[in-house]
Ligand binder design. Structure first.
Ligand SMILES: [Zn+2]
Length: 284
């Protein structure tokens, strides 16, 4: 499933494919991806040129020179891909932009959980998905703001895993990167947010940046992104989907638990539930 790094790569690809190119025709099939809008609204992208793309968390906002924008969320299986216009479009394409350079850019989404909506930029920024987003770990500074993250976590009795999955805490993290970051930080996923010290939060912030940058370094390029769910060989992660396999740090078996209906993978030895003596002392 796309998380921040995949959406960042998608926004870079779209920028390189669309900048300076005029859309000659735009088509969208009637589906829940564009609802409540109709295909005609999407088709009015024809004749226009991309001005800029802003990414926030898992959302992208594409501004066009007609003063209207297009908001895009990849949902669970969405992908933007490019082909030569005369090549057949692949299965599950829900929308296409034909460009004046002979290419077509398709939005492919087998499971139809993505969103594509047109509107004035201000209207789209008021969209519930965009409006409620917390700080973006990549956009809002070089590093995650530790104090801001700490303030967001210590007010909740929810587990840190669930608090970090909430897009209001930080925008863009999903099941993979929350689990990877907690592992890198040596934090047990079931720790309540309220129990985190500032020092632990600082470790977590560093871990989030490292996890995202690692994924970006693995994925960046012009090739379409492969999601782990499509191909297990694309799993480059430390603990994600590694239940029973040895922890890369201590070789203890990785465990899998379910939190909020989603799997969490962690190392019980590197990520103890009880804080160590040093961590307790560090709190004073
Ligand atoms: Zn370990």
């Amino acid at each position: 499933m796309p998380e921040l790094p995949e959406v960042e790569v998608a926004s870079r690809q779209l920028r390189s494919w669309l900048t300076g190119r005029r859309v000659t025709s735009a088509r969208a099939a009637k589906s829940r991806i564009i609802r409540p809008q109709g295909p005609q609204r999407f088709a009015r992208l024809a004749g226009h040129t991309l001005v800029s793309i802003e990414r926030r968390g898992k959302w992208m906002l594409l501004d066009f020179d007609d003063g209207e924008s297009l908001i895009s969320h990849l949902g669970m299986t969405g992908k933007w891909i490019r082909r030569r216009e005369d090549e057949a479009s692949p299965l599950h394409v829900r929308a296409s932009l034909h460009l004046d350079d002979g290419n077509a850019v398709d939005y492919r989404d087998p499971r139809l959980f993505g969103r594509l909506l047109r509107g004035k930029p201000a209207e789209l920024r008021a969209h519930a998905g965009w409006k409620s987003l917390g700080p973006d770990p990549l956009v809002d500074g070089v590093d995650v703001d530790v104090e801001c993250l700490h303030r967001a976590l210590v007010v909740t009795k929810r587990s840190i895993k669930e608090a970090l999955m909430d897009q209001r805490t930080l925008a863009g993290l999903g099941n993979i990167h929350v689990g990877e970051s907690l592992h890198r930080a040596g934090l047990h996923p079931q720790r309540p947010g309220v129990s985190l010290t500032l020092k632990e939060t600082s470790r977590l912030a560093t871990a989030i940046t490292a996890s995202i940058e690692f994924a970006l370094s693995e994925e960046d390029g012009s090739e379409p992104i492969t999601y782990v769910e499509e191909d297990p060989s694309a799993n480059v992660f430390l603990v994600y989907d590694h239940a029973g396999k040895p922890c890369p740090t201590c070789a203890s078996p990785i465990e899998r638990i379910v939190q909020g209906g989603r799997s969490t993978f962690f190392c019980p030895r590197c990520q103890p539930l009880k804080r160590s003596r040093t961590a307790k002392t560090g709190r004073r």
